[in-house]
Design a protein around this ligand. Structure first.
Ligand SMILES: Cc1cc2nc3c(=O)[nH]c(=O)nc-3n(C[C@H](O)[C@H](O)[C@H](O)COP(=O)(O)OP(=O)(O)OC[C@H]3O[C@@H](n4cnc5c(N)ncnc54)[C@H](O)[C@@H]3O)c2cc1C
Length: 547
């Protein structure tokens, strides 16, 4: 080999390691939040997620995005989406591990946390296929508002069998479910939906209209919002009817998206499609919100996962590359950047798992139910908002290579804004927090009670909590606070994260979080932690050990 082709000073590939074992923040949260029993199975999924095969599936599913086939060669509609085999491997593995359904199959204490931990690890391989996984997971509790329908669909939606292809439900070993709310004239304001639903006898409805964003369009069924005579209502619309005929559900085109490219997102024409009512007519928003609450949890978990993967890539690269006579990770300024990234990532992981724990405990504990309602909206806003900044900064840690597709960082960067956008964009989520504060004031008390035990231990947290309390006391009507909603929600999110890190986190991480995020000794960019922190300990903890 000519000497010019000798490869020096490049890191080994970040494969062949266990993502769970490399993530102490996740492991301690899993135990703390009541899912210690799942330790071994979560660890095994983490090993699979770090395997060269899985990493290659993630790459291939994005290099070969899905293609729409609207018609067959004879001109008949087929409405099929073709995927690379790697997509099916990713989705099949997720289903096999119950990431779409485990808490509904076995609702034991900690089931939500265990499933969230699995989703967090597996979506680090590839985020796009998490969309149908998450929507199927979230559809089940919404569908339970229609017990007869749930009786038919739930066994297939919760089966551990991935069975792609269009067929009547009875012929399928397992099924997936999506959602179709957004229309051209409005996504946030779904009350403006114009899709109509008219009764067709025998509990059937006919839906006619156009849905502007409908992800995972190869799913077996969708929860669809449409205007019935009684008002906006929720319907289950299968793609194949029980007699084997195709429903009037036509894929018009696939979106050419910034990221999330392995996943298909379609525009859909509902042409007299047959649907079944879910919940009460005229109460469609309430019915589908049960689904949205669960997908919002996954937005939080997914963004925490994305940040963790970005930090793993950045710490790994800089641990193995030198410049100016030192490992990059040992250069003091790079250590600041890496530590700041790791602090953000650990804070996100802790909050995501705490919210998942509230999902577990909500049914039997009113305080946890209140926390679930408020903390999901707070975390959906704040954790998802941090992902683009973390992805961008992690990318820069790899230098020019981070800007090149095969480093994997561009994929994370393109994916990063999405979780904040869908399932209620940032403003909508912030306004939702105001609504919760107004309608369920006890949820704020529960959130502050969650923070309280850490206040005595950490004066910086105490001062930050007192400032938020003063601000809230000066705002008797939270809904009137619209223009300040992001500011308030961010502060609540940071408080919750700070309290979790002070109580349960690594001392160096908690110290850095309090100094920067709570005491305000921090710049606008990442890598601006103040002096006096144990940066080396934070970076060491975040660095995967490969080989
Ligand atoms: C990749 C992708 C996949 C998607 N998949 C699906 C899917 O499967 N099913 C589905 O139903 N939808 C899906 N969506 C749609 C998504 O949920 C909507 O795009 C989102 O809800 C926003 O709606 P919109 O695009 O109509 O924007 P708009 O509602 O027009 O909002 C535009 C901006 O205005 C802000 N805004 C709106 N109202 C207010 C207000 N009162 N005060 C302040 N700011 C406000 C919003 O926060 C947003 O930033 C998908 C979107 C993407 C990008």
């Amino acid at each position: 080999m000519p000497p010019t082709h000798e490869v020096l000073n490049q890191p080994p590939p970040l494969v062949g390691y266990g993502l769970y074992d490399a993530d102490p923040a996740l492991a301690s949260a899993l135990h703390r939040e009541g899912a210690a029993w799942a330790n071994d199975r979560v660890r095994a999924l983490g090993v699979l997620a770090g395997s060269p095969e899985a990493v290659a599936w993630g790459e291939a599913a994005n290099t070969h995005p899905p293609a729409l086939r609207t018609h067959d060669r004879y001109g008949r509609r087929v409405d099929e989406v073709e995927f690379h085999p790697a997509w099916h491997r990713l989705l099949g593995t997720a289903v096999q591990h119950g990431l779409h359904a485990a808490p509904w199959r076995d609702p034991r204490p900690g089931a939500q946390v265990a499933r969230a931990a699995g989703f967090y690890l597996w979506s680090q391989v590839e985020a796009g296929h998490g969309c149908p996984v998450s929507m199927t997971f979230a559809a089940v509790p919404a569908l339970r508002a229609a017990p007869e329908l749930a009786g038919v669909w739930e066994p297939k939606l919760t089966a551990l069998a991935y069975d792609p292809g269009l067929a009547p439900l009875a012929d399928k070993a397992g099924a997936l479910c999506g959602m179709a709310m957004t229309e051209k004239q409005g996504g946030s304001d779904v009350r403006a939906n114009t899709t109509s639903a008219i009764p067709a006898g025998d509990d059937l409805w006919r839906l006619t209209g156009h849905k502007w964003f409908c992800s995972a369009p190869m799913s077996d069924a969708f929860l669809v919002l449409a205007q019935a005579p009684a008002g906006l209502s929720c319907f289950l619309v299968p793609r194949v009817l029980p007699d084997g005929a195709r429903n009037g559900f036509h894929l018009q085109r696939l979106k050419d998206k910034l990221g999330n490219r392995a996943n298909a997102s379609a525009e859909v024409e509902l042409d007299g499609a047959t649907g079944w009512l879910v919940g009460e007519a005229g109460r469609g928003l309430a019915a589908i919100l049960e689904m949205v609450n669960h997908t919002r949890l996954d937005c939080v978990v997914g963004s925490a996962a994305l940040m963790r993967q970005a930090v793993a890539q950045a710490t790994h690269h800089t641990a193995h590359r030198s410049a100016f006579g030192r490992r990059l990770a040992d250069q003091p300024l790079m250590a600041n950047v890496l530590a700041d990234l790791a602090v953000e990532s650990e804070a996100a992981t802790c909050l995501a798992m705490r919210v998942a724990g509230a999902f577990d405990r909500a049914a039997g504990d009113p305080a946890e139910a209140s926390l679930r309602r408020l903390a999901t909206a707070v975390a959906k806003y704040w954790v998802c908002k941090r992902a683009p900044a973390v992805a961008a900064e992690a990318l820069e840690c790899l230098g020019g290579h981070g800007y090149v597709e095969d480093s994997g960082l561009p994929r994370l960067y393109r994916e990063a804004p999405l979780n904040s956008l869908w399932e209620g964009a940032g403003n909508i989520n912030s306004l939702d927090v105001l609504r919760v504060l107004a309608r369920q004031p006890q949820s704020l008390e529960v959130l502050l009670a969650e923070v309280a035990p850490a206040r005595a231990a950490e004066p910086r947290l105490d001062r930050a909590a007192a400032a938020v309390e003063r601000e809230l006391a000066a705002t008797p009507d939270p809904v009137g606070l619209q223009a300040g909603a992001r500011r308030l929600v961010e502060r609540l999110g940071v408080l919750l994260q700070g309290a979790l890190l002070v109580r349960f986190g690594h001392p160096a991480v908690a110290d850095a979080f309090c100094a920067s995020r709570l005491a305000g000794d921090h710049g606008a960019a990442l890598g601006t932690l103040p002096p006096g922190l144990d940066l080396a300990a934070i970076v060491e903890r975040a660095t995967p050990k490969v080989g």
